[in-house]
Design a protein around this ligand. Structure first.
Ligand code: 3PG
Length: 388
């Protein structure tokens, strides 16, 4: 890959893909600024070297323009934490954007509106990518956490512009490569959260690489349903069924909760997963599961964690995740955590020190460690090969 430190960015327009996909409060204020801070090293460097900095990002998964997912509050937060003046334009492309870019002085910072307000972003539309590229002289990819997406600002801009990895991207790759190249065993992957469809291949890859995979969250519930343990319900969502049907659920490395905090309406109870009745759902792992997972964690030498094991936004259902975070923090192993909700939770209970590396990526981190090629990194490598 090219190196940003080797080029002269003075007076150059630099388009930087960041990941400002941060949680917002109901009042549309930034709830957790970890991801914004993570980009400061790149932004500070470009500012100190007199570049004109144009920041592009997605926020959430809007279908068209949705002002509750505007990047305006994120731009304001960046201004607050960096103490630089940050200008925001409520368009991603077009005349208004071009005019704002034309008016930039060296060291100015401009944030454009949410890339995903335009369907072309997720469709990886070439003309959309080329138009974004035309705004600048240089492209910097700093959004490691979205590098697993085959989207226009990830895979295609490097086809049209001289492209470089940002410092956050470099830092992520070097930390994660450290784990992959010299993995200390046992390697345990803990996978929770909600998005099982996007984690199917990760689970499959980890079944080859890891010594155990501990599941929690909605993902575990889906697997329990699939295995017929969670009542006798058929999987309601056929897409999910199609996506996960090839996973080897009988592999003994794949460990699912044996009990949980089972809830319906206003009540909740502790019970084994085969006792779940109609309309009940599992909102946290139970005490037996916590003990069992802790025993496995106690033997681990490398731990990779993504995704809460329960509904952590409600304290009643956060005990399982908290116990697992504490067990990881106490264990003498190389530990990595990543993912929006995961990182927010670690910071909420102030356990950052308990991890060797906190990745800004969730799905991207899991994909990378499990051995998948990330389109965003491939695009930078291809650009480098073409240029050299
Ligand atoms: C993330 O939160 O993992 C990244 O911002 C990517 O978001 P996505 O899962 O909506 O593509």
């Amino acid at each position: 890959m090219n190196n940003l430190r080797d080029i002269d960015v003075d007076n150059k327009k630099v388009l930087v893909r960041v990941d400002f996909n941060v949680p917002l409060t109901q009042d549309l204020e930034v709830k957790d600024d970890f991801r914004i801070k993570a980009h400061l090293e790149t932004i500070n460097y470009l500012k100190d070297h007199n570049a004109k900095i144009i920041l592009i990002s997605h926020l959430g998964s809007p279908k068209g323009k949705d002002l509750s997912l505007s990047l305006e509050p994120v731009a304001a937060k960046l201004e607050e934490i960096s103490s630089y003046k940050v200008k925001f334009v409520d368009e991603t492309l077009g005349e208004k954007v071009q005019q704002a870019v034309n008016e930039m002085d060296n060291g100015d910072i401009l944030v454009l509106e949410n890339l995903r307000f335009n369907s072309e972003e997720e469709e990886n539309d070439s003309e959309f990518a080329a138009s974004l590229a035309r705004l600048a002289d240089i492209f910097v990819q700093d959004a490691f956490s979205v590098c697993h997406r085959n989207h226009a600002s990830v895979s295609s801009i490097p086809k049209y512009l001289d492209s470089y990895p940002g410092f956050l991207l470099e830092k992520e790759i070097s930390a994660l490569d450290g784990v992959i190249k010299d993995v200390k065993r046992p390697l345990i992957a803990i996978i929770g959260g909600a998005k099982i469809i996007t984690k199917t291949s990760v689970i499959e890859n980890f079944l080859n690489k890891a010594d155990a995979i501990l599941l929690g969250g909605v993902i575990a519930n889906t697997v329990l349903q699939f295995k017929g343990i969670y009542g006798n319900e058929e999987l309601r969502d056929r897409d999910t069924y199609q996506a996960i049907k090839d996973i080897d659920f009988d592999n003994p490395k794949l460990i699912v909760p044996m009990d949980g905090i089972i809830s319906k309406g206003n009540y909740s109870r502790v019970g084994s997963v085969d006792s779940i009745g109609d309309g009940e759902e599992v909102l946290d792992i139970g005490p037996e599961t916590i003990d069992y997972y802790k025993k496995i964690i106690k033997k681990a030498k490398t731990i990779v964690w993504n995704g809460p094991l329960g509904k952590v936004e409600n304290e009643i259902f956060s005990k399982g995740t908290k116990a697992i975070v504490e067990a990881i923090a106490e264990q003498d192993a190389y530990s990595i955590a990543g993912g929006g909700e995961t990182v927010s939770y670690i910071s909420e209970i102030k356990k950052e020190e308990g991890f060797n590396f906190i990745s800004s990526g969730g799905g991207a981190m899991l994909d990378y460690i499990s051995g998948k090629d990330l389109p965003g990194i491939e695009a930078l490598n291809k650009h480098y090969e073409r240029e050299n």
